[in-house]
Design a protein around this ligand. Structure first.
Ligand code: B12
Ligand code: SF4
Length: 473
């Protein structure tokens, strides 16, 4: 059967406001995983990325009209809800016979509501959708009944049916390497401060995270890994077939299994990739130590991203981060000693926070002094513990299900915040985000460090763009 997977435009105003030059264009790995799996099972799946390819809804309509697809799969993160629904409506209006399926973080977290509200959607998938989508195609071919497909929600006679959860696939290697020839790879580049060299492409080596942070959409999801030979093979594809000079490893907690990480680094060195690429990864501060970081650096790791969240123990505990300020500081110090750049993720307006707490977060950020700091606005995303307890910790200012407003960079936009902690106003928290970014970056020490770090023209250009964006804000 012929299927088109669509990544709708991510543009909900924020990047437009900051300037397209700094925004990320990141390969739609989730869609590639499913499309590749279907193609290997004898179907014909294509992927279109409206954001990266700059495709409007009208142009997408034309593509679907001429493409004669049997099914269209549409990605749905919370903050792209309206864009996803607009695509679904367009497809159904064009040809009601085309099966419309949505999936992704928001669909996983609000399946019943999504199936109930949006008549243009035939099926909502819940969880990993490779096998689920294959079975949905079998339903279309008359080989299976919808009610027997695990991990979906759909309407039947105006009543929403949700089938039992689909068990997660333990051996991640069961899923083939995402076929990147399905997308226009030359269009992808990370946000300005997220790379050292281009082309820089994304991959994942694990799925899930066992930790319990209350604000996180992937908290307490089973942790599974790709085998080391498989990771090496995918890196080889990125290097040899697509000319990658850098790889962004976007696992939630890359170093969770210390021994695996060391073995992977050794395999990268044995393959000689440490001489061909640099790479970065995301992990937790309590999951690194000196020996591990040294091995990672040797294998080409140039950057580590750590979620810090808040600058007082009270704030960190309020979101169940399960670590301490000392452990976090130690991780940043070790990285600097070893020569790995760091990025700290902080939040303002956290549950239980006062403006003074946010000032303390800004001071703590300056104290641990990552090379890059990101201050987002604490937002209770659906499906998270924080969302379930949001009214205990604060107040919603918009309709709770106005999903497009669930943005974490609203300090730079015109919209009111969807939620603020008790005692905080939208304006106060938005101003705090801008203050935090300015105070962190416009310090002589930081400017000097950035300037002395410049070893080529593109890096200088990207720093200048970032500085202009901050100054304009
Ligand atoms: C890379 C990434 C991005 C990239 C690219 C996204 C892209 N083009 O795919 C960029 C940088 C653009 C991005 C942006 C944002 N992101 Co993001 N991102 C990720 C990240 C790290 C990896 C996603 C990934 O590829 N996973 C690997 C694949 C294999 O897993 P998967 O996505 O779950 O896909 C499986 C299923 O969900 C399902 N599925 C997924 N999509 C679809 C589509 C269809 C049609 C079907 C049937 C099934 C299906 O099947 C897939 C295969 O099994 C995740 C964290 C994570 N661990 O997933 C966060 C994550 C998805 N992002 C998140 C957030 C909050 C954001 C931002 C709001 C951040 C911000 N501050 O602005 C923006 C949203 C932009 C917008 N307007 O919507 C949240 C989502 C929360 C939510 N409820 O939506 C996550 C889960 C992080 C977290 N832990 O909270 N993100
Ligand atoms: S924030 Fe990071 S450590 Fe916490 S649950 Fe999410 S992915 Fe895991």
């Amino acid at each position: 059967m012929k299927i088109l997977f669509v990544m709708p435009s991510l543009d909900n105003g924020y990047w437009k406001k900051l300037g397209k030059k700094v925004g990320p264009k990141s390969e739609p790995l989730s869609l590639l995983y499913i499309a590749t799996f279907l193609n290997q099972s004898g179907h014909h799946a294509e992927v279109v990325d409206c954001e990266a390819e700059g495709i409007s809804l009208d142009e997408l309509e034309q593509k679907i009209q001429f493409g004669r697809y049997d099914a269209v799969g549409v990605a749905m993160l919370t903050a792209m809800y309206s864009q996803s629904v607009a695509v679904c409506k367009m497809v159904k209006k064009l040809d009601p016979k085309i099966k419309v399926v949505v999936g992704g973080s928001h669909a996983n977290l609000r399946p019943r509501e999504t199936a109930e509200k949006e008549e243009s959607i035939d099926v909502v998938t819940v969880g990993e959708a490779e096998q689920t989508f294959l079975e949905l195609l079998e339903v279309s071919q008359g080989k299976k009944e919808l009610k027997d497909v695990l991990g979906i929600a759909y309407r039947e006679n105006a009543v929403v049916v949700q089938t039992a959860e689909r068990a997660k696939v333990n051996d991640l290697d069961f899923f083939p390497i995402p076929d990147r020839s399905l997308i226009k790879m030359h269009l992808y580049r990370p946000s300005v401060s997220y790379y050292r060299r281009l082309p820089a492409y994304t991959m994942i080596t694990t799925r899930g995270c066992p930790y319990r942070c209350t604000f996180c959409a992937t908290a307490k999801t089973g942790y599974r890994v790709h085998s080391i030979p498989r990771v090496i093979e995918e890196m080889r594809v990125l290097i040899e077939d697509f000319g990658a000079k850098e790889i962004l490893i976007r696992d939630d907690t890359f170093t969770l299994q210390r021994e695996r990480t060391i073995k992977l680094c050794e395999a990268i060195i044995a393959a000689g990739f440490h001489k061909k690429i640099t790479w970065d990864c995301i992990t937790r501060a309590n999951l690194v130590d000196k020996e591990l970081l040294q091995k990672m650096k040797e294998a080409g790791c140039w950057g580590m991203h750590f979620g810090v969240e808040g600058g007082t123990q009270k704030l960190i505990d309020s979101v169940k981060k399960d670590t301490t300020l000392e452990i976090i500081k130690n991780a940043f110090t070790l990285c600097r000693e070893i020569g790995i750049e760091t990025r700290g993720y902080f939040m303002v307006g956290m549950p239980g926070s006062t403006p003074e707490d946010d000032f303390a977060t800004i001071e703590y950020a300056k104290d641990i002094d990552p090379d890059w700091a990101q201050f987002t606005i604490a937002t209770p995303y659906p499906g998270t513990e924080l969302f379930n307890e949001a009214e205990q910790w604060g107040t919603f200012h918009t309709d709770i299900s106005d999903w497009d407003k669930y943005l974490t960079w609203s300090g730079y936009g015109d919209t009111e915040l969807v939620w603020t902690a008790h005692g905080r106003s939208s304006e106060d928290v938005k101003a705090m985000q801008r203050k935090a970014m300015r105070e962190f970056y416009f310090r002589p020490k930081v400017i000097l460090r950035k300037v002395t770090n410049v070893d080529n023209l593109p890096i200088l250009r990207k720093y200048m763009t970032g500085a202009l964006v901050l100054a304009r804000s």
